[in-house]
Design a protein around this ligand. Sequence first.
Ligand SMILES: C[S@@+](CC[C@H](N)C(=O)[O-])C[C@H]1O[C@@H](n2cnc3c(N)ncnc32)[C@H](O)[C@@H]1O
Length: 279
Amino acid sequence: MLVENLSLEGTGLKPFLKWAGGKYRIVHRIREQLPPGHRLVEPFVGSGAVFLNLDYPGYLLCDNNADLINLFQVLKEEGETFVKYCRDYFTPASNREEEYYRFRSEFNRTGNKKQKAALFLYLNRHGYNGLCRYNSSGEFNTPFGRYVKPYFPEKEMLYFARKAQKATFACRDFRNTMAKAKPGDAVYCDPPYVPLSGTANFTEYSSGGFGLKEQQKLAEMAGKLAEEGIPVLLSNHDTAFVRQIYRGAQITSFKVRRFISCQGDNRNKAGEILALFRG
Ligand SMILES: C[S@@+](CC[C@H](N)C(=O)[O-])C[C@H]1O[C@@H](n2cnc3c(N)ncnc32)[C@H](O)[C@@H]1O
């Protein structure tokens, strides 16, 4: 059983969303590696851990999850008013199973951007493991999480809203974002990782449509940007396949500790890499 995924390294500011692959525990490594620039470009922004913990004059923050980007845009535009509006969804009465499923249906139906954004936050904090999962019709379908008292991340949202004034958010595929990078930018890419094992099946593997072809395309685009003088730093698992597609980049590898049993004696360490392409 996976109990916890911990890195024993210094941690950064925590984002207000729970998000798979959040990078706040290794931001110090990313900060060390990523060159300065006029603007930080993130094609896979996720919960924004890197944006929150690095300091650039401006930011272009993209992801192909439309609900995530809508939430960031509403929070940027409405700030504290929106935070207050969200608080109304964090009551003991709304932390009941029937209410959760009622809010989930409302989320899937509504066309109101502000309501959709608040419900996305509600679902993230009340749903099972903070999982963001959709069915084949594109409906959010994560089950109820049964938390005793879901945390309302007020401080974290207010900090994000202030810093977001320097950021532009866009819902885009990474190919489009990479194509928009300009000299003077620094690019950080945190794509869905390649699987740690089963590389033999990797051509079949695709998580949310991110398979072998996408991994290769991303590496190729990173190499091209570096030739134009735009540095690109990428995160991924440390596997032979990843080292092969990131050849030509400066590689730093490290271990992230994972506890895989309740006893704590059955832990292992997963290898990760940071690959820097620069001209
Ligand atoms: C590992 S997560 C990023 C985590 C982020 N660095 C953080 O700290 O929270 C990968 C992100 O890539 C996004 N994504 C997946 N496929 C994509 C694509 N083709 N183009 C753009 N974003 C994509 C997912 O929605 C997800 O937010």
